[in-house]
Design a protein around this ligand. Sequence first.
Ligand code: KMH
Ligand code: ZN
Length: 275
Amino acid sequence: MAWDSEPVIITIAPVGAEVTRDNHPSVPYTPAEIAAASLDAVAAGASVVHLHAREPDGKPSGDPKLFAEAIALIRAKANPIIMVSTGGAVWMTIEQRTLSLEANPDMCSLETGSMNFGDDLFLTSRPDSISSAKLAYQKSIVPEIELFDVGHAVAASRMLGEGHLKGPLNVNLVLGVPGGIDAVPEAIPHLLRPLPGDVRWAVTAVGRHQRRMLAVAMLLGAYGVRVGFEDNVYLRKGQLAKSNAELVEDIAALARQLGRQVATPQQARSILQVK
Ligand code: KMH
Ligand code: ZN
């Protein structure tokens, strides 16, 4: 398939588990704030929303009620694909991380291995990964595999061969997390090498690497790219983005300049085979 034959799917990750209001004063915490930031981002061109939940004081949470509240507010006004995180925060147990699957999302992120994550350990054992995938499929939730390093791609390929994952795989190459693969163009083919040819791949890059690596990804034919405060709060060097939506507007404009159309939620559902 030609690199530009399909519109690019923009995922908005409005809040992760690490970013705080010390990094950006508008990091959304409550379900209402997360939903509002997501809806603005969808209006700007995002077609997938990758969600984490926070307590009102900003502490990361696995509480499915918080996820469900944000999801209901988003679905009341728009129809993006809703993806919940099962990566959660580094200190959460796998049980806490997978509670989000109870909130009836369309998709979920899924880890297939462990790593250093900054100064912390981010642990996902193979049995935990297999049981999380099983739980997602039982609930008809489509996983997106988060590949922070090449061993995660090898592990995903093995899980696919064993039937623990269903093809075609959706993967997100996460570049530049300290402890994972670095954010360089060469990382992309390196992460894809262990995977089958029909894999659908998207790219996330953290911090200052975001815009460059997403441009490379779009030119190489990635199905999707991700922006949002979870990964980066800057529009340009030294210039904070006004909002999550501004990051989406910027990457959507870049996509068009590079010759890629931007997918609508309906097109994203058809490309990713999500009902
Ligand atoms: N917060 C990171 C430790 C995911 O959403 O699946 C994990 C993470 C990945 O954010
Ligand atoms: Zn996440």
